[in-house]
Design a protein around this ligand. Structure first.
Ligand code: FES
Length: 52
């Protein structure tokens, strides 16, 4: 597990997770249209863009 901060909230996620997976897994909503955990990341809709 790794720890990171999203919108001021400390969260834990499995090493290798994407930021979107970490957010969704911790109840933080990020709009996402083309993401499906069963598929490889595609990055087509650009709805999940975040500032790091
Ligand atoms: S969910 Fe579509 S680009 Fe990220």
């Amino acid at each position: 597990m790794i720890e990171l901060t999203i919108n001021g909230k400390k969260v834990e996620t499995e090493k290798g997770s994407t930021i979107l997976q970490a957010a969704l897994g911790n109840g933080i909503k990020i709009p996402h249209l083309c993401y499906d955990k069963r598929l490889l990341p595609y990055g087509g809709c650009r709805l999940c863009i975040v500032e790091i």
